[in-house]
Design a protein around this ligand. Structure first.
Ligand code: HSE
Length: 340
């Protein structure tokens, strides 16, 4: 049976997953018997479209890339009504992240779960602010709330901790959790200015819609909160995580690090300390001999400290259109292969 998909938010990640689905249709079908239909797309810039028998995805992708409004299967339904009323099995919530209120994404996720649709998202707002509530709602409605893409894009961090590392007690997770700032610090070391490199990070699709979230450390703080709640299993509020970004790092600081055989990294950490779980985000001068020092560009790296295996480190893409789009595919396939 075809998996029917609604995509809410057709920007960087929405277009990324659409491209992946179109490019990999034959491979996914041959390898996993996976087949899909995108029945609804909602985007505040391009409009809302619905066709219960499947939208013309290539045309919609072309229109969105050209920044034109959708021209086919346009519906008068507003986004929340569309989410509730459409015949999708899964809603992909891919609107911009708002870590203060959760933004419209919170209502989108609730509408989908209430109408017994699974939700797949890379949006950190609902995951960092309301993970437990949504996981419980999904469970009681017999659907899924999957968020692999909220931490380290498509690099399988949540699945690693819930799958292969299940049975290990994890006492600490520490590493590089924001692709934009790691890219910026890498390029600033080569001499590029802060403003120029931030612009490139935005063009490459690494940065948040509002890049303040990246450079002030708020994005990494959201991810630390998600890891605390899901992997460590504690109820941690985002405001409990101390947070300092990279805005105060000057070319002189970068030179100073170089003179000490070190480089700056924005480090996120969540750890069990004296019976409590503590979260933090802050720039650190890391010695060049340390494994994290070699992680450059938009790459992320996380080390899990475990009771059974010692340290387990995963390194991979942390941001980007296809890299985050892939996380959505992972969760869609998971739902397809395991049932609702
Ligand atoms: N802006 C985020 C980053 C995107 O740079 O890591 C992925 O969450």
């Amino acid at each position: 049976m075809k998996q029917r998909i609604a995509i809410v938010g057709f920007g960087t990640v929405g277009q990324g997953i659409a491209e992946i689905l179109l490019n990999k249709t034959a491979y996914l079908n041959e390898k996993y018997g996976y087949d899909y239909q995108v029945v609804a797309i909602a985007d505040f810039a391009y409009g809302n479209a619905f066709n219960p028998d499947g939208l013309d995805l290539p045309l919609m992708l072309e229109e969105a890339k050209a920044k034109r409004k959708f021209s086919k299967d346009v519906t008068a339904m507003d986004t929340l009504t569309l989410i509730r009323e459409c015949n999708a099995d899964v809603m992909c919530e891919l609107t911009y992240t708002d870590l203060s209120t959760g933004g419209p994404a919170i209502d989108h996720v609730k509408a989908a779960l209430d109408s017994r649709k699974s939700v797949v998202t890379s949006n950190k707002g609902p995951a960092a602010l309301k993970y437990r509530e949504f996981a419980e709602l999904a469970e009681s409605n017999g659907v899924k709330f999957l968020i692999e893409g909220t931490v380290c894009a498509g690099t399988p961090v949540i699945n690693l901790s819930e799958g292969p590392l299940a049975g290990c007690e994890i006492s600490k997770i520490r590493g590089i959790l924001n692709g934009t700032t790691n890219y910026m610090l890498s390029e600033m070391e080569k001499g590029m200015s802060y403003d120029d490199v931030l612009k490139v990070a935005q063009e490459k699709g690494y940065a948040e819609a509002d890049p303040t979230g990246d450079v002030e450390g708020y994005d990494a703080r959201g991810k630390v909160t998600i890891l605390a709640n899901i992997v460590m299993g504690v109820k941690m509020d985002i405001n409990e995580v101390s947070c300092k970004g990279i805005t105060k790092i000057t070319p002189a600081d970068i030179e100073e690090a170089k003179s000490k055989n070190s480089r700056w990294k924005l480090i996120g950490c969540v750890e069990k300390r004296d019976g409590k779980v503590v979260g933090s985000v802050a720039p650190e001068m890391v010695s060049l001999s340390h494994p994290l020092a070699g992680v450059m560009g938009a790459t992320n790296a996380l080390t899990f400290t475990t009771d059974m295996l010692g340290d387990v480190t995963i390194v991979g893409p942390g941001a980007g259109r296809m890299e985050t789009g892939f996380s959505i595919l992972t969760d869609l396939l998971h739902i397809f292969r395991t049932g609702k």
